[in-house]
Design a protein around this ligand. Structure first.
Ligand code: MD3
Ligand code: FE
Length: 240
């Protein structure tokens, strides 16, 4: 189901504090053996952020999307407000032990959708990506689903609502192309931008975990995956 089109190098580097380095290298060895008959496409690493281009082929994208439709049916998309009272252009929902929420009172993780229902389980296809690129036995606590319709964007921010930054954050892009911008550990300064396309997987680990980042724009209608266009980004995080 998964196509390991990206070169597995820097991406397989979670925290060495977990004491799983041995397990990791075994796994990396196995992936490399499995990969010997495939031609690795180059993976880009920008400031330690690793991009696995077309990690998911189109059939894997379609089957993941089917699981995401069930997820959104169980936990409908929300239009979050920023703590400054402005509406976010990205619509969001979550799966897993925690969902990430934003409203007038701030950003936080919560155990339930505002409907009162617990968040649905993280789909198996999504957990497979996490396992393949991180090699961690620890599963993520949160799968945040961001939906970008025409004109949606996400301002520069850090992901720092989690307890342990030694765990990586993994992102899966589906649907329309997005211009992703990567900055620095503090706000401002020089940035570098990368276009992300459907099926790309990004790993932010180690030094890159606390870099400012954002999504400047979406090229609406560049992918045929979603009939009405739009982009879905999944971010997987260990929360506590
Ligand atoms: C780089 N989402 O949900 S994912 C977010 O495409 C978020 O929807 C964006 O930023 C999106 O918080 C970007 C890629 C990403 C996620 C976390 C990072 C890049 C990161 C943390 C550190 C550096
Ligand atoms: Fe983020």
């Amino acid at each position: 189901m998964l196509r390991f089109a990206g070169y597995i190098g820097m991406g397989i580097r979670p925290c060495n504090r977990t004491g799983q380095t041995k397990f990791m290298s075994c796994r990396a060895d196995r992936i490399m053996r499995e990969r010997q008959d495939t031609v690795p496409e180059p993976t880009i690493a920008v400031r330690g952020v690793t991009v696995f281009r077309e990690f998911l082929d189109s059939s894997a994208q379609v089957s993941m999307l089917e699981e995401l439709r069930d997820l959104v049916a169980a936990a409908p998309l929300l239009s979050p407000q920023t703590p400054y009272g402005r509406p976010m252009s990205v619509r969001m929902t979550s799966a897993g032990k925690y969902g990430w929420r934003s409203d007038r009172t701030g950003y936080r993780y919560e155990s339930r959708h505002p409907s009162g229902a617990p968040w649905p389980a993280i789909p198996g296809s999504v957990l497979s990506v996490w396992e393949a690129v991180t090699g961690l036995r620890r599963q993520p606590d949160c799968c945040l689903l961001n939906f970008y319709g025409a004109g949606a964007r996400m301002g520069m921010h850090q992901d720092r609502d989690e307890a342990d930054f030694s765990f990586p954050v993994v992102s899966v892009s589906l649907g329309d192309d997005a211009l992703f911008r990567i900055g620095n550990r503090t706000r401002g300064g020089r940035t570098e931008s990368v276009w992300l396309s459907s099926g790309d997987v990004v790993v932010m680990g180690g030094e890159s975990r606390l870099l400012y980042h954002g999504v400047d724009r979406i090229r609406h209608g560049t992918s045929g995956l979603l009939k009405e266009g739009g982009r879905i980004n999944l971010t997987l995080r260990v929360v506590d």
